[in-house]
Design a protein around this ligand. Structure first.
Ligand code: M6R
Length: 460
């Protein structure tokens, strides 16, 4: 057999036994007192057990009610297995009174940001700490020449933001790639390079293939991953876990905020170990990061304002999202959220590209979502907004609280609290998640399981 797969086989002669084999795709065996389970994802096992065995490629699992034995593909003796404990609990994998997982997950974001930040700050030293980075890895990271970030979908958008963060704080050049292109581009990699793989599931086939390519070429690999024990987390040289808890909704929300927050901490950490950030600067940044959770809460509390706008625009056929710099990724991510759950065409653009083509689309039927927080390109964004208005378009602006000018130009305004520009993507996406959610609900779409999509894309 070629390719990626999991096969479960049963025989009429031994009906109480399942034989399982996998290649490249995930396979987990759940262990409980009275039963054993075979699954592709740990969150499916949460209602039954927290004890799991991760099956590797070229291993054969023989599972019955009483026993689990793992054999090497060529060999008769079972191998010693390691039973791991899932850290998540069953409540985290339930809707908890919300109508949809996606809505619950958006509401969880203040907690997710707080957990991600709090566990990574050494309060006494006012420094970022990663418990999975030991001294040897730390030494290696000090001397890397270039960073490659590789990921797909929402995680790719997190990578686009991380490029700015790492370049700003650590002064290392960063290249961002979509995983599906990475290995086919024959990337020029060496042991002096760091390849960061961002993935919620840790099972995305393209990102896994990119990891293999990076390892083959001798680069150091670091996974930013949400699922403990997943394939990419196990195979990368270093893993930094995001603390988002299980994300069930197919549209990624809280994992994105956890990725952005973790990547910001990583950029600060790299800046310090490479001598680009002074102690007092790091302490100042960490003080701001500690307030992010509260600021996300402010936005979550204001969701009714977003819902009102969604109600007015739910029947629009097309949307354009515009952003620049750190928030170019927010434009892409906002558009992705809308299209994947509401099936409305939405296109994210770098606002500076507007006049190079997309402006031809603007008329009174086109809502244009402009991400325009306080930033060094604020004036440029404002002139984009005026260009849209001059052509009869409708503007929905994500702006900073207290922005008086935006009141004049935008038809609808979603406000975020003031933060340094570099951290603003952690906030600007939140109203756009609510916006996409509400439009999808109003159009009767299946928000948690949109058509044609899977939570983990385990095929290339
Ligand atoms: O598990 P991963 O983070 O590797 O998944 C990457 C993408 O498949 C994922 O972000 C996808 O784009 C989501 N549907 C976006 O909401």
């Amino acid at each position: 057999l070629k390719g990626s797969f999991v096969i479960l086989a049963m025989s009429l002669e031994e009906p109480d036994k399942i034989v399982a084999f996998k290649r490249s795709n995930p396979l987990v065996i759940g262990i409980s007192k009275n039963a054993h389970y075979v699954a592709s994802d740990v969150s499916a096992l949460l209602p039954y057990t927290k004890k799991v065995i991760y099956v590797e490629d070229n291993q054969l699992a023989v599972v019955s009610q009483k026993k689990v034995q793992i054999y090497p593909l060529k060999g008769k003796r079972p191998i010693k297995t390691v039973v791991s404990k899932i850290q998540w609990n069953i409540e985290q994998a339930q809707k908890g009174g919300f109508p949809h997982f996606m809505l619950k997950e958006i509401h969880e974001q203040p907690r997710v940001v707080a957990d991600t930040v709090n566990e990574r700050i050494d309060k006494r030293k006012q420094e970022v700490v990663f418990d999975t980075i030991n001294r040897a890895l730390d030494r290696r990271m000090k001397t890397i020449n270039k960073v490659f970030i590789v990921s797909c979908g929402t995680a790719y958008h997190a990578g686009l933001v991380a490029k700015y963060m790492v370049e700003e704080y650590a002064k290392i050049p960063v290249e961002v790639n979509v995983s599906s292109e990475f290995r086919y581009s024959d990337p020029i990699l060496s042991q002096d390079d760091l390849v960061i793989l961002i993935t919620q599931s840790g099972e995305t086939a393209d990102t896994l293939a990119a990891l293999h390519e990076a390892k083959k070429k001798g680069a150091m690999t670091l996974a930013i991953c949400n699922v403990v024990g997943s394939t990419i987390a196990r195979e990368a040289d270093v893993v930094i876990y995001t603390h988002a808890g299980p994300e069930i909704g197919v549209a990624s929300t809280k994992a994105y905020l956890a990725q952005l927050t973790t990547l910001c901490l990583l950029a600060i950490y790299l800046g310090r170990i490479r001598g680009k950030i002074k102690k007092d600067h790091e302490a100042r940044l960490l003080r701001v990061m500690s307030t992010l959770s509260k600021r996300v809460t402010t936005i979550v509390d204001d969701c009714k304002n977003v819902y009102h706008c969604a109600g007015r625009l739910a029947k629009a056929k097309n949307f354009i999202y515009l952003g620049r710099g750190f928030n170019y990724a927010t434009a892409l991510e906002g558009a992705l959220k809308l299209k994947e759950i509401s099936y409305i065409h939405a296109h994210g653009y770098s606002a500076g590209e507007m006049k190079h083509g997309p402006i031809a689309l603007v008329d009174k039927h086109l809502p244009v979502v402009c991400i325009v927080p306080d930033s060094k390109t604020y004036d440029k964004m404002l002139s984009n907004i005026q260009e849209v208005k001059a052509r009869g378009g409708m503007v929905i602006a994500v702006a900073t609280q207290g922005d008086k000018l935006i009141k004049k130009y935008a038809d609808y305004k979603f406000y975020i609290p003031k933060v340094p520009e570099l951290m603003s993507p952690i906030l600007t996406i939140v109203p756009l998640q609510f916006f996409a959610y509400k439009i999808a609900v109003l159009n009767g779409c299946d928000v948690d399981q949109p058509r044609n999509l899977a939570k983990s894309v385990t095929v290339e």
